[in-house]
Design a protein around this ligand. Structure first.
Ligand SMILES: [Mn+2]
Length: 359
């Protein structure tokens, strides 16, 4: 059995342009610790092998960031394979051209290179972006030898024919003879994918950097046994981003927010979209009430004023007919709970008939 960890797209030293400069600097300092935390995971799980599928850096990194990464990779103390991506392509000016710890193998060319690790019974294959774009598929025409070793690939790229970011096709993967293909570039984690005899996956980025990178993020911990790969997702980021739409119609907004906030959100960045009907929300009071519950809380009032549900009931239209039927049901309803369901049905039905968005 062989245990490996597969991570990608750290994008260290991202600009965090949406944050004020001092906040952005703080986030970059925190980001530098991600690789150290990955090293802790590597050691705690007694991992045999680490696969890093590119975009570790987001453009030209600060020297202290490069040092922190080198230190963390050395601490892993097992073979580490790294395939540079479009944001950190290999080149004479890139940080990858310098000295790296002895356990780290960096792929340096846009042609597949193979490194046998006979003690582990595997051979690792990979290639590098050498420029911000890579139009030729790096896996195109590649087939692993049938030599009794288990073959693993590490690449940065995206699925499809038409991409300037290292296109990889299903056919390329199915024909590769690889047991596992460790991919990077797609920031949203994919489930393990199966093409022919090959398992492939994108672990996504290990921590969100904005409201376009939502939810739980981390890396894949893989087990290779009898040529078969199983993957387990492991969260790594301290900060998660959430966009949470909630409906406050007929409800106490504070209670609605309370039940929408995810557990353990203290380090999280939450944007709450308050929707539905309301005759006025006190956003300042809500903001104060939930201060400290997340690292950052943004409340957006997207509510509309309470609608008179029945005002169009006399209309000679599908809408009128719909409302008249529901109003009859409302009049014969026996409990308040039943009446509330009917009013809700009227609201949803009206929204659908009028092409409005529902929460
Ligand atoms: Mn990328």
């Amino acid at each position: 059995m062989l245990k490996f960890i597969h991570a990608a797209d750290f994008h260290l030293d991202s600009a965090f342009a949406a944050l004020p400069p001092e906040k952005a600097a703080e986030r970059r300092r925190e980001q530098r610790q991600l690789m150290g935390r990955l090293a802790e995971a590597v050691r705690a799980w007694e991992t045999d092998l680490v696969l890093l599928s590119g975009d570790l850096f987001d453009g030209k990194p600060y020297p202290e960031t490069v040092e922190a990464v080198k230190e963390a990779l050395a601490e892993m103390a097992v073979p580490v394979f790294l395939s540079p991506g479009n944001h950190d392509p290999f080149g004479p000016e890139s940080p990858y051209a310098g000295d790296w710890p002895g356990n780290v193998h960096i792929f340096r060319s846009a042609r597949m290179e193979s490194v046998p690790l006979r003690s582990l019974g595997v051979m690792i294959h990979g290639a590098a972006f050498t420029a911000p774009t890579q139009e030729a598929g790096l896996l195109r025409g590649f087939t692993a030898p049938q030599d009794g070793l288990v073959h693993i690939g590490v690449l940065h790229g995206e699925l499809g024919q038409e991409s300037v970011y290292g296109p990889v096709t299903r056919e390329d993967i199915a024909a590769s003879g690889l047991a596992y293909l460790a991919l990077g570039h797609v920031h949203k984690r994919t489930e393990p994918l199966r093409f022919g005899g090959t398992t492939a996956a994108w672990p996504g980025c290990p921590e969100g950097r904005g409201f376009d990178e939502l939810g739980e993020k981390g890396f894949y911990a893989g087990v290779l046994q009898d040529g078969q790969v199983t993957l387990r997702f492991v969260p790594l980021g301290r900060h998660r981003y959430w966009v949470l739409p909630v409906d406050v119609t007929g409800r106490d907004a504070a209670e609605v927010i309370e039940s929408a906030l995810p557990a353990g959100a203290e380090g999280d960045l939450c944007r709450i979209l308050l929707r539905g009907e309301s005759s006025g929300l006190d956003l300042n009071a809500l903001q104060r009430r939930f201060a400290g519950r997340c690292e950052y809380l943004e409340l957006r009032d997207e509510t509309i004023l309470p609608q008179n549900l029945w005002k169009r009931a006399e209309e000679d239209s599908l809408r009128g007919l719909f409302l008249r039927q529901l109003r009859e049901k409302l009049e014969s309803a026996e409990t308040e709970a039943e009446r509330e369901i009917i009013r809700q049905a009227a609201r949803f039905g009206l929204a659908a008939l009028e092409g409005r968005d529902l929460v």
